[in-house]
Design a protein. Structure first.
Length: 169
């Protein structure tokens, strides 16, 4: 893994901007949300979600499953931050559609530093469906085999939350 000081900036996209002002605005909000997540502040991401958002994360593990409320996603972010130090590097953000029906596809890397074991990079894709600027459905795909191996290592070192049941509220 590359030391944090030499990681690329959060916005490492090469995809440029659109001539569509709406798409540029959504893209900027997504990039800002990930930048704030790098500072361990989920507020930007949560601000983009409807109260009844369905947030699905791949795998059957402590981070996997589906949350069905913004409050549940906020608890999920708390768990993520307790388990890992993550630094997100965005490779592309594609915004399609219009304000009443928008799809945002974000390709990113999660540079993970667990408290036990070696740092690693997880390649991820997130697909979010928005209506009038608020996400109502989000699916995040990660390499679950890598994640589950790290969670098992954490559990072996006494981190009970690493094998906790998923947050499903």
């Amino acid at each position: 893994m590359t030391p944090a000081a030499s990681l690329p900036p959060t916005d490492s996209t090469q995809d440029g901007v659109s001539l569509n002002v709406y798409r540029n605005t959504v893209r900027a909000k997504v990039l800002d949300a990930f930048d704030r997540l790098n500072a361990r502040d989920p507020g930007g991401a949560l601000d983009l979600m409807s109260d009844d958002v369905h947030y699905w994360y791949s795998g059957e593990n402590a981070l996997g499953g589906e949350r069905v409320s913004k409050a549940g996603v906020e608890k999920w972010f708390g768990r993520l931050f307790r388990l890992f130090r993550s630094r997100f590097v965005i490779r592309s953000v594609e915004v399609t559609g219009w304000p009443w029906s928008t799809t945002v596809t974000t390709v990113f890397e999660d540079h993970v530093t667990p408290p036990h074991g070696a740092p690693y990079v997880n390649a991820c894709v997130q697909v979010a469906r928005l209506r009038w600027g608020k996400a109502y459905a989000i699916r995040t795909y990660v390499d679950t085999a890598r994640l589950e191996a790290v969670l098992a290592r954490l559990a072996e070192n006494g981190v009970e939350e690493a094998v906790a049941p998923p947050i499903l509220e």
